[in-house]
Write a protein that binds this ligand. Structure first.
Ligand code: CO
Ligand code: ZN
Length: 335
């Protein structure tokens, strides 16, 4: 079970898919859920959606974002070095010295200027070296506007794994696993959303056209169990979280109560989450149309937005059970 799931996580973290360029990721993920849905749809904003019909007449929207953070090429200089800007929350400190990969497979390394730079260097003081000696040579491989991502190096530490893009592909893997198991009376919309890292944009569009009765979003959240970190309740290995608040959403009382009720009923070990920063697609579902009940289940993750994001697969398997249990409840939380 654990190893099979780990293999899914590896596959879905290795696929290319920065914000706005999610086609490959969407293809891979929908291929994985194809046997478990009646219909697959892609919308104009890049959301990839699997739909399974139920009998209750209600719709539950499950979502996890499939986009990852990246670097977009601004300029190519005479010597073939690329200057770039961030797509999403790129940490300068975590970026210098890393290797990157473009959609067409072009590889590069991120380095910083030597003069007048006191580390940590700003992103504007860095460049990507793709192994070329002139602009012309570089232009044969990349163009202004191309987006690269951290190259995926999957680190298997047993029940814990590290890679780039665990945010939020690890939750896409949870949804794949959940789709195999859910037996729900409701229509299930399994949405791999686009453009979360640039402001929950895919989820806004998807929530509007799906018009769900309840939204269950999955994302990573910070963990406070590493040396000298800021105090927060979340830790690796303590189970999936019940989010109370982040900077984009305050989960409403009836929804929080529903989550605790379902977790208790099924004996699922959960932990509480308050994230003082960050945002998730739950906010997009909550605020669509006339307002919707929506929750967020998170996976505590270390070093978020780095190439070595680290999570515990036991928390993910707990999240699979939790998502299934909530989606299977006949009585959804109504406000
Ligand atoms: Co993120
Ligand atoms: Zn995320």
């Amino acid at each position: 079970m654990m190893n099979e799931f780990k293999e899914t996580v590896r596959k879905v973290t290795e696929v290319y898919g920065p914000s706005g360029r999610e086609t490959k990721a969407g293809q891979l993920l929908t291929d994985m859920i194809r046997p478990y849905v009646d219909e697959i749809k892609f919308d104009a904003l890049g959301n990839a959606v699997g739909i399974r019909k139920g009998t209750s007449g209600k719709k539950v929207m499950l979502s996890a974002h499939m986009d990852q953070i990246g670097l977009i090429v601004l300029d190519i200089d005479d010597k073939g070095f690329l200057r770039f800007a961030p797509v999403g929350g790129i940490s300068p400190e975590m970026t210098v010295g890393r290797d990157v990969v473009f959609q067409n497979g072009t590889r590069g390394v991120v380095c910083r200027e030597q003069k007048n730079v006191t580390p940590p260097a700003a992103l504007t003081q860095m460049f990507i070296d793709i192994g070329c000696s002139s602009r012309e040579e570089a232009e044969a491989h990349v163009a202004m506007g191309d987006i690269c991502v951290y190259a995926a190096h999957f680190v298997d530490m047993g029940s814990r794994v590290a890679c780039c893009a665990l945010d939020d592909r690890i939750c896409c893997a949870i949804l794949v696993e959940a789709m195999k198991k859910i037996r729900s009376p409701h229509d299930i919309y399994c949405v791999f959303t686009s453009q979360e890292e640039v402001g929950c944009r895919g989820a806004q569009a998807a929530a509007y056209w799906i018009d769900p009765d309840f939204g269950i979003n999955l994302d990573v959240t910070a963990s406070a169990d590493t040396p000298e970190c800021n105090p927060m309740p979340m830790k690796l290995g303590e189970g999936p979280t019940i989010k109370y608040k982040d900077r984009s959403a305050v989960i409403t009382k009836p929804v929080i109560e529903f989550m605790h009720r379902v977790a208790d009923k099924h004996g699922i070990k959960v932990q509480n989450e308050v994230l003082p920063y960050g945002g998730t697609d739950a906010s997009a579902v909550q605020t669509t149309r006339g307002g919707k009940p929506a929750c967020c289940v998170s996976v505590a993750t270390r070093y978020i937005h780095s190439p070595i994001e680290t999570a515990d697969l036991n928390d993910c398997l707990g999240a699979v059970d939790f998502v299934c249990a909530m989606a299977e409840e006949a009585e959804l939380p109504l406000e």
